[in-house]
Design a protein around this ligand. Structure first.
Ligand SMILES: Cc1cc2nc3c(=O)[nH]c(=O)nc-3n(C[C@H](O)[C@H](O)[C@H](O)COP(=O)(O)OP(=O)(O)OC[C@H]3O[C@@H](n4cnc5c(N)ncnc54)[C@H](O)[C@@H]3O)c2cc1C
Length: 1112
């Protein structure tokens, strides 16, 4: 550290590089038996050594850490463009995602005045450097110490702070950083401004600046100059008669930037007359905005409903968003400006009337309960089947020891491949300009080889594809010897395009039919696996042999793609899959393409090549679940029976075929969901568009298909004002629309069990009475069934093979064709071996899935992994067990280990392959009949939500699921699958929204724009039950496939929201069916409620403007 002590900013030229902080040769070697601790020596130095300015200089950036405010101010005046870095949560994303480069960064973390808290007579000065968590603690202490009327502003700030970002961000993000970075939807700035806060600013001297409407100058700019340092913020106490409130509406309750956020303050005089009012909004313009004229309209008027009507009109004129405004959701945002003012009015009214505030609504503690009945445990204590054995990798995954592709240590000479993607939806590529890119890569090679004459090892760039057909299409790859350089090289590639006419993004152009009786539009869904697409290709160095370490759920498909691309036989390519950090269908075709490209690079250079996508590029390139437009016409009887239905599905396939035809086939097969519709016709079309190609996703079309059916059912029920699901569900021995026979008994058992467990009658009664008592909050409920076909309809995909080795010490090594992607297949295979060989599952190990051990494996998909591979493993084990029979007969009391040793001595093979042919499923599309599944998995789910009609915010109060998984091989894993699938479905139908620009660019390329469910979205009461006494003759040990079926049950939350919306609409005099698209985001739910606020917002004529985002 002392090497970094430097005398002062002026004396160090910026280009002088000191990349090494200390000589590593002086350090003791690492002792792996010892835990690493923070070196006490460094702590001592920090406490005792005199504080001095420190400079650290890297290749492109220097970092300086001053120790006094004077020095900080001096540094800032010398380098006004150098930003201060506190939490790095605003600056960091700019550098990482938008390529901002700052040659000098100033860290004020040791400048004491920025971290002081000073109490003054009328408020508190809070250091601008304090983290938001520290600010929270300061304010909480003030709220504790002061009478309530003085802490209105503090409590409003706390309200925002608790919802702002997540705990990790709040722990590092600073107060000053939030104010100065001036996000248009900062949650703090509107409240600080409304509350009349002041800022202490240091530059030439000290000055105080009011934080008011003049402070915010435009998008992320304030009146502070480049050389100004924000030192502290004065947060005043409130006086009697003063009320401050803050509200925010965000796409998710936690860790989501607000759509609209507000801070509002009013001072009431005698007779509750408004003496002063400050209304600030975020999220409705380029910066925090004061609704000054609206405030003016309230001045001098008594606080009451009468003043509001005029205020709404002024507010609508004052806060205007153009119809194509950045961020979209224009109608919703404008509606929120009104409804949040109304909320402010209500809360002040309640405070004035000293009414007891309504409780915190549905928020409360979570309860969760899961249940299964152990009705078929094996005979011996060794037998693990049916027991809730912990997931084999759980400890390693929880501790970070689990190895993923990118954890593989780099082989000697490894190169990194970065990808360049198209920025045009439909264009010809005229030429590549690689000079800058090659200069980055050339310097890389030279610096690594240590000689100026080092050869340029890059292969010549590949011939460009003549055309691109979506933004995000791969156009070339850049190789370098580090990840960073490859990415910088890729960013430097310039591609010249010539646009081609008429790119198509939505399915509308394909849809020629006249308007039908109802429709549902379902958005796509990003796979959002934890581990992005990753591959490492290592050439062996002889006979064109390659090892491919890959995160793939279809190792054989990857092997074939690589072999075919390189023109070598499959026996030269071995794919190794240790485990995947999630896949959900997204790691079949897309992974194979990436592996083939990476293999070409490895083949050309003769070096190992790694390609690991960043989250943003993974989301951009690899496609998603198919968005679908579903349309239906339906005929029904007065008693609710549906007599005929005609359904059409238009799936947005994107720019290549991928698995889209198979996805739409499965849609047609599931267009009955659980209902017996005597006259049922359906068509599904995969529409080619200029979006990135969509692909398989858990459920493979069923979640879209069944949701359209349920919308149709819901519409009929709304028309008739009575539930109609039960009268239409399959009953007794039944036949599907494609002629497959089945018995829906267990569907009904699941259904009835859910009804019984939730006490449906009284619950719905309570819900109705809640809705009568509440005008702006409504509850809704839905009970939804699922009948899900398991297995591949292409019979050959149902086969599986396994290889089981028993070693002389009795330990067992299992290889099978299934890939472990979190679903627990390896754990279940251990359990199968345990039962078949009679050994404890701890003696069984599954190392990896490898094409060298088990050839020609089928993808782990279709909820069929355990069914197929379990049978193959069982087959291998039974062979081995049989071979050991003579040994066991000779020594019946012997142990397993003694038998295996004896078998070796007696020259009995302790290795066996197993094979499972799989069911001969088929579908004859000419005749429209077949047996495309081995069996059905059934389930039912009840969900209840509470919706805030003013904001569209909702909370799932309770969910009860009963699923028929037959005799569960591992109930804890199955319940985990049920919980995970349900939440992924909840995300699909209510939360996750892919948004594309009008030019076909995916906007939502990371967790800040794309929200998957978080802990806050788990139902407050979440109960999962596995149906007892269920048998399934079609699968191993009478179990059932469970990976996909429950995802659809997440739609129960969608339909519960729709139910709540329908109650809200009834208050506005609107009855009957109404459209609600999926996902039912707060925006859609709020607008569908048709409150007086959303009704006031003028609607722009479609076609008269370019919307910010496409409605896919
Ligand atoms: C995942 C995520 C979620 C978020 N969610 C929310 C949210 O819900 N609501 C919300 O309001 N915000 C949210 N934010 C924004 C976050 O609150 C701000 O990024 C943070 O407060 C900035 O503080 P920082 O210390 O990290 O700033 P840094 O990134 O360190 O600096 C940001 C800028 O501020 C300047 N600066 C910092 N301190 C001073 C100072 N004392 N004087 C002069 N200039 C200064 C720097 O020069 C720099 O330009 C989120 C951010 C992330 C990453």
């Amino acid at each position: 550290l002392n090497q970094a002590l430097k005398p002062g900013p002026q004396t160090r030229p910026l280009n002088q590089s000191t990349p090494r902080l200390f000589p590593t040769e002086d350090l003791l070697p690492l002792d792996p038996t010892q835990d690493l601790i923070f070196p006490p020596e460094l702590m001592r130095v920090a406490l005792t050594e005199p504080q001095q300015t420190r400079w650290f200089r890297g290749e492109r950036v220097a970092w300086v850490s001053p120790v006094s405010l004077e020095e900080l101010v001096l540094l800032k005046s010398t380098h006004p463009q150098a930003p201060l870095v506190l939490g790095n949560t605003a600056l960091g994303p700019e550098m990482k995602f938008r390529g901002a480069v700052h040659p000098l960064l100033i860290s004020p973390s040791r400048v004491a005045p920025l971290f002081e808290v000073t109490h003054a007579p009328q408020g508190v000065w809070v250091g601008a450097g304090l983290s938001l968590t520290q600010v929270q603690m300061v304010l909480e202490a003030r709220v504790e110490a002061l009478p309530q009327e003085k802490t209105e502003l503090y409590r409003a700030l706390l309200h925002q702070l608790r919802a702002l970002a997540g705990q990790q961000i709040r722990n590092v993000a600073s107060l000053g950083g939030n104010i100065v970075s001036a996000l248009p939807n900062s949650d703090l700035n509107p409240v600080l401004a409304a509350g009349g806060c002041r800022l202490r600013v240091a530059s030439d001297g000290d000055r105080e600046v009011p934080l008011d409407q003049d402070f915010f100058r435009g998008f992320r700019t304030t009146l502070l100059g480049a050389a100004d340092v924000l030192v502290a913020v004065f947060v005043p106490e409130t006086r009697p008669g003063e009320f401050v409130r803050a509200f925010r509406q965000a796409p998710r309750k936690e860790n989501a930037l607000a759509t609209v956020t507000t801070g509002m303050r009013v001072v009431l005089g005698p007779g509750a007359v408004v003496r002063d009012v400050q209304l600030y909004y975020g999220g409705v313009g380029p910066c925090t905005l004061r609704a000054a004229r609206t405030g003016q309209a309230l001045l001098g008027r008594p606080w009451g409903e009468a003043m509001l009507q005029e205020a709404y009109s002024v507010l609508l004129e004052e806060v205007v968003l153009p119809p194509g405004a950045v961020g979209g959701k224009v109608g919703f945002r404008r509606s929120l400006t009104l409804s949040l003012l109304f909320k402010f009015y209500l809360e002040v009214q309640q405070a004035l009337a000293l009414m007891v505030r309504p409780g915190p609504g549905p928020a409360g503690s979570w309860t969760s309960w899961t249940c299964w009945v152990q009705d078929q445990l094996g005979p011996g204590p060794q037998d693990a089947v049916g027991r809730p054995v912990m997931h084999r990798s759980a400890p390693a995954q929880a501790t970070g020891e689990a190895v993923y592709v990118d954890d593989t240590p780099p082989p000697q000479g490894e190169l990194f491949l970065a990808l360049v993607t198209s920025t045009r939806p439909h264009a010809s590529i005229l030429r590549y300009c690689l000079s800058v890119c090659l200069s980055v890569c050339l310097s890389v090679c030279l610096s690594q080889q240590g000689s100026a004459g080092g050869s340029q090892t890059l292969p010549p760039p590949p011939p460009p594809p003549p055309q691109v057909s979506c933004v995000g299409q791969l156009v070339c790859g850049v190789l370098a010897d580090s990840r960073d350089r490859a990415r910088r090289g890729a960013a430097a590639v310039r591609v010249r395009y010539q646009d081609l006419p008429d790119p198509v993004f939505t399915v509308e152009l394909v849809v020629h039919r006249p308007l039908s009786s109802g429709e549902l539009r379902l958005g796509g869904q990003e796979h959002f696996y934890m581990e992005p697409q990753s591959v490492l290709v290592v050439p062996v160095g002889e006979e064109t042999e390659f090892h491919v370490y890959v995160s793939s759920q279809a190792p054989t498909i990857t092997q074939e793609a690589v072999a075919e691309t390189l023109g070598v036989p499959s026996n030269r390519v071995t794919c190794h899959v240790k485990r995947l950090g999630g896949a959900f269908g997204g790691k079949v075709t897309k992974t194979s393409i990436l592996a083939a490209i990476t293999a070409v690079a490895a083949w050309k250079t003769g070096r190992a090549v790694r390609c690991v996508l960043e989250r943003g590029e993974d989301m951009l390139i690899t496609g998603a679940r198919h968005p679908v437009l579903g349309r239906y016409q339906v005929g029904f009887m007065e008693d609710g029976r549906i007599t005929a239905a005609d359904l059409q599905y238009y799936a947005n396939a994107g720019n290549t075929v991928d698995e889209s035809p198979l996805v739409v086939e499965k849609m047609v097969l599931h267009m009955d969901n659980a209902y017996n519709i005597p006259n049922l016709r359906g068509r599904a079309v995969a529409c080619r568009t200029n979006l990135p190609s969509n692909t398989a996703f858990r459920g493979f079309g069923v979640p879209q298909a069944a949701a359209v059916v349920e919308s149709m059912i819901t519409d009929v029920a709304l028309c008739l004002a009575r539930p109609i699901r039960e009268v239409n569900m399959y009953r007794g021995l039944s036949v599907t629309h494609y002629g497959m026979r089945f018995d829906p008994e267990n569907l009904w058992r699941c259904w009835e069990e859910v009804k019984g467990r939730v006490g449906l009658g009284p619950r719905l009664e309570a819900l109705r009475s809640f809705n009568q008592d509440h005008r702006w909050r409504k509850r809704g409920a839905a009970l939804i069934p699922i009948k899900y076909g398991v297995a591949f309809s292409e019979a050959f995909l149902n086969q599986a093979a396994a290889l089981v080795h028993v070693y002389k010490d009795g330990s067992v090594l299992v290889s099978h064709g299934g890939a472990e992607m979190g679903q627990g297949i390896h754990t279940k295979m251990q359990q199968v071996v345990s039962r078949e060989l009679g050994v404890p599952s701890s003696q069984v190990y599954v190392s990896e899935t490898s094409t060298a051990s088990v050839p020609n494996s089928c993808p782990s998909a279709a909820s069929y992994g355990t069914d197929a591979n379990g049978m193959a493993v069982r087959d291998a084990c039974q062979k081995l067990y049989k071979r050991l029979e003579p040994i066991r007969t000779k020594n019946p009391k012997g142990s397993w280990d003694s038998w295996t040793r004896a078998a070796f001595l007696e020259k009995i093979s302790l290795s066996a392959t197993g094979f499972f042919r799989g069911p001969d499923c088929y579908m004859d599309w000419e005749k429209m009949e077949g047996q495309p599944y081995s069996y059905f998995t059934y389930g039912a789910c009840y969900s209840e939500v509470e919706l805030d009609c003013l904001t569209g915010d909702y909370r799932t109060l309770r969910t009860d699921i009963v699923v028929d998984v037959g005799q569960s091989i591992n109930p804890s894993i199955d319940i985990g699958q049920v919980e995970g699938a349900f939440l992924q479905g909840l995300g699909l139908y209510t939360l996750e929204q892919l948004s594309f620009s009008p030019g076909g660019l995916l906007y939502s390329r990371g967790p800040s724009q794309y929200k998957i469910p978080a802990v806050c979205d788990v139902p407050l009461s979440f109960n999962v039950h596995l149906l007892p006494d269920s048998n399934n003759p079609h699968a191993i040990y009478s179990s059932k496939g469970i990976g996909e079926p429950v995802l659809f049950l997440g739609s129960s939350v969608f339909y519960a929201i729709k139910d709540a919306v329908s109650a809200a609409r009834a208050e506005s005099g609107l009855g009957g069916a109404f459209p609600l698209d999926s996902p039912a985001t707060p925006e859609r739910a709020c607008l569908a409620c048709a409150t007086p606020f959303s009704q006031r917002v003028p609607v722009s004529e479609p076609g008269s403007f370019t919307p910010w985002a496409l409605n896919i």
